[in-house]
Every structure is written in C-alpha cells, then in structure tokens.
Write a protein that binds this ligand. Structure first.
Ligand code: AMP
Ligand code: MG
Length: 505
C-alpha cells in the first residue's frame, strides 16, 4: 500500500471524546476516480500524481483508510426549515482527520457518501455521482470567485447503485474545510443541557478559528460576534454574485464562515429577489433576498446556546445581562451585513471612495439598478459585467440587456455623476474603472443549464468532458475569452423558469 503523505494531526478526535462516534467508511465494489483537485492536493502537501491512481481511487472511495486517519462521525443537531431536530449528525459523512496546509491553516478532510453511521436515521448513508460532482462544480466556482467555502478534493465513483427516484451510480466526495463545526454542533450539546461539553466545544472553536480570543474573559460573547461578522461578510458575498444557498439550516451554517453543503444551491440568472430553486422550499424560506434574514435567525440560535457561557454565573441578573449582550450582537447584524454588502456593491459599481454621508445614496444607486434588472428580467451577472464596458464608454452591450429602457438612461446619468465626482477629471479613469470592475464582476458563473448538462454527461454517460471543460472555465471567472463564451451565456428563459434543485440526494 502506498503511504500517501497525509500528515494527520487530529485534534477533534483527540480533544473532544464524546462529541463523535469512531466509525469506518463502507467498503465499495469498484472505486474509480472521477475528480482530483490537484491544486488543493498541493496546498495540503499531498502528492497529486500518486493520488491519481488505482490506490488513490481506493482511498477516496473509502476502501483504504490512509495512515494516520481516525475516521469518526460527528454529532450535531439543527433547525431544518425552522423545526428543531435534537439529533442529526454525520449520517453519511465521516471526518478522516486534520492536516496543516502550506499556509499553516488546519484543514478537515472528510468523506461524504461513505456509508451508514449511527446518525443515519432512515438514510442509506450514500451519495450519487451527480450531486457530488455538483458540489465540485458549484463549490469550485464559488472558490474561484474568492468567496470562503469548503472545497472538493476528490470524487470517486463506487461502482455501487444508489436508490433514489431512480437507480443512480454511487460516489464518495472528499471535502476539505477549515472545520466542520456548525451552529448545529453547539445546539446538540445545548439541547442536552451539557454545559461542560458546550464550554469545551466553544473553547475548541476559539482555539481553531479565533485563537486571539483564547483565555480572554469575554471570549464566548466575542466568539458570537466573530461568527456573526464572518457570516455577514459571507452572505454579502453570496448576494453580490447572485448565489442562493438553498438550505440554510443551522446544521449547514459554519462557525468558520465558509460556505458548506452544496445541495439545492444555484446561481440566479435573471435578477429576482424572490428567486428560489429548491424543490422542497415551498414557502421560499431560503429565497435569495431572505438569506441575510435567515443568517441572523441562525445566529440568534447560536447566541441562545452560548448564553450560559456568556453569563458570569447562574443567577437571574447574570443571565439577564447575558441575554442583553447576546441580543445586542444579533441586533447589530443587519448593520454589519449592510456595510459588507455596500462595500461589495461599491466595488461592483466601480466606486473607490466614499465621503461621509454617502452610504445611503450609494446603496440607493445599487438598489435602483437591481430594481431595473428585476422589472426587465435582466441577467444579474451579465448586467454587472456589461456595466464595466459602459465605464469605458461602450454602452451598447448594457443597453442590449435592458432593451429600450429610458429608466436606464436616468440611472446611467446618476452613476456617471457619482463616478465623475471621485475621478476629478482624470483621463484614464474610465478604463481603470472598467478594469477594476471586471475584477469583481464575473463573466463566468456555474450556469444552471450547463451544470445539469455536465452532470448528466458524467452520471448517465460516464463522459467527464463537459465537467472538465466547465471547471476550466470556472477557474478564471473574471476573464472574458472565446473559450469561455459558452459559459457566460444565460440559459434560455424557459429552462430557468422550470429549474428545480434537490436536497440531500
Ligand atoms: P444535508 O441535507 O446534506 O445537510 O443533511 C441533513 C442531515 O441528513 C444530516 O444529518 C445528514 O447526515 C443526513 N443525511 C442526508 N442524506 C443522508 C443519507 N443518504 N443517509 C443518511 N443520512 C443522510
Ligand atoms: Mg448538511
């Protein structure tokens, strides 16, 4: 057996007994490597060439547990669509262990689809090729946009069948994350009233994600604030690229601030604040424009779990004070989020400087453009991208998107005035602005119809060509080239209108 050079150092297994169940991945029939993330392997100090082999396939399918791994199923709870489940946990996932990457960051390496565990409830513990490659495509797309996310290291086909609405080929995904700590992990121990474990978990989270807070007297309140800040920044980034997570349950919200669990997610095409693609989200709880509200709701759930740790003692006045302090953090969230959103919107608008008191006007400028997009069903990604062309005087592509809209003229006049105010007559300002805007307004996103096309080819016809070509295009989302032109085009509207995504498949 090749000793793949994972240099495991498993703090979760070592420091948190009672937070998991040691467990082995299921053995599969015929491992075959479908995807290997060479860049990420390198970051983790792994030999990609050695992993791209039969033995690598056996490893990533779960048949050959690498040396130093201590596979375990993590316990967690969670609010799913608002209803609380005191016990969820890794029902089809396993944490293999942690490695320190080239940047000195501790990264979890975990399987998804590696068989039943004590947390499987009625589930089969398995995953199908399509949804696991979907996590690859959308996750790598999100990563290339510079947004914090867990990443796919590998996908191996198992050669076994998975029974869903139809029989599907099975696969195991290997996922890399700053940690798999979730809001739901805290809820698991809070729901059991296990204060010691809760404190142990919070201190572990602090060591891992906010080491500067370790040992400070107000660290649990500070942890809540940090998680809120990370989530505000994350959701603002999602909103500014039109990403809809689709299933923001508290078990799918990380403490690290990374995007996790690419299930029924999708990128918006025509701008619509009410956009929702998930087949089970009947009431639009996780619709595009609800994402910041849900993030806040989830953070309130995290805050509740931390109250007994925030309180100085168990007395009523101390508890009341803790509630007050935690509530203040949650109440700050909308302003923190709004600032992060506006910062991103300014960059999208090509604005660099803001005088005191300009926030409201700049925010209105962005919102009014979105409003125009909504009224005319304009593609969100292309509208922003073509605004960059307009910045250097080429308005035709933007006008083509908005049709004969007189309202666009009015908006453009306002925007040009705002730009001129910070340019002070510099000749090169337009071209420089366009360049800056093209670094934040992508031309390539994972287009839903192309995602489906690539997954169908891989899953139904064992053809990885479309997937690999799409990954190639997604790697450089800000470059407009002849090769990626196909990946820049919106789906035909009739395709988007009927587009549905599925959860937990
Ligand atoms: P998810 O929707 O993937 O975030 O999963 C929510 C919960 O359902 C987690 O506890 C998962 O481990 C569990 N789960 C999802 N799919 C399966 C499956 N096929 N078998 C067992 N558990 C599952
Ligand atoms: Mg999940």
């Amino acid at each position: 057996m090749t000793a793949f050079n994972f240099r495991f150092d498993n703090t979760y297994a070592r420091d948190l007994p009672g937070f998991y169940v040691p467990w082995k991945p299921a053995t599969v029939t015929a491992p075959r490597l479908l995807f290997l993330n060479r860049e990420l392997a390198g970051e983790l100090g792994l030999d990609a060439a050695a992993l791209d082999s039969e033995e690598g396939a056996a490893l990533f399918a779960g048949n050959q547990v690498p040396e130093g791994a201590e596979p375990l199923a993590q316990a967690y709870a969670g609010h799913q669509f608002g209803g609380f489940s005191p016990q969820l946990g890794d029902g089809r996932a396993l944490l293999l262990g942690e490695v320190i990457d080239h940047n000195g960051r501790r990264r979890d390496i975990a399987f998804k689809g590696s068989g039943r565990t004590p947390f499987s409830r009625g589930g089969d513990g398995k995953a199908a090729i399509g949804p696991m490659l979907r996590e690859v495509l959308v996750g790598e797309g999100v990563h290339a946009l510079g947004i914090p996310t867990t990443r796919a290291l590998a996908v191996a086909a198992t050669g076994d069948s998975v029974f869903r609405e139809r029989v599907l080929p099975g696969a195991v995904l290997t996922r890399v994350a700053l940690s798999h700590l979730r809001v739901g992990t805290f809820q698991f121990f809070a729901a059991r009233g296990d204060l010691d474990k809760l404190r142990q978990l919070a201190d572990y989270a602090i060591t891992r994600h906010d080491p500067d807070l370790a040992g400070t007297p107000d660290r649990y309140l500070a942890l809540l604030r940090r998680v809120a800040e990370r989530q505000a920044a994350l959701v603002a980034r999602w909103m500014n690229v039109g990403f809809i997570h689709g299933v923001m349950n508290t078990d799918n919200m990380t403490i690290s601030g990374e995007t996790i669990d690419y299930g029924p997610c999708a990128f918006m095409e025509a701008y619509d604040p009410a956009a929702v693609f998930s087949s089970i989200d009947h009431h639009g709880r996780y619709a595009y424009s609800n994402q910041p509200l849900i993030a806040r709701w989830n953070l309130a759930r995290l805050g509740e779990t931390l109250l007994p740790l925030i309180a100085a003692d168990e007395s009523e006045p101390a508890t009341a004070e803790a509630v007050k302090q935690a509530t203040a953090v949650i109440d700050d969230f909308p302003a923190v989020y709004a600032a992060a959103l506006l910062q991103g919107q300014r960059a999208k608008l090509g604005l660099q400087r803001a005088e005191a008191g300009e926030d409201e006007a700049d925010s209105a400028l962005a919102e009014d453009l979105l409003h125009l997009m909504h009224g005319l069903s304009v593609d969100f990604t292309l509208a922003w991208r073509r605004l960059a062309d307009a910045a250097e005087g080429n308005e035709a592509p933007l006008r083509a998107l908005f049709g004969q809209a007189r309202k666009l003229d009015d908006w453009l006049t306002r925007w040009r005035e705002r730009c001129a105010a910070e340019d002070a007559g510099a000749d090169e300002a337009g071209a420089q602005r366009a360049q800056r805007m093209r670094r934040v307004n992508p031309i390539v996103i994972p287009r839903n119809h192309l995602v489906e096309e690539a997954l169908a080819a891989a899953s139904d016809h064992a053809d990885l060509g479309p997937l690999n070509r799409m990954l190639e295009a997604l790697r450089n989302p800000f470059e407009e080239t002849a090769e990626n032109a196909r990946h820049a085009e919106p789906a035909p509207t009739e395709v988007t209108a009927g587009y549905r995504t599925f959860c937990g498949t």
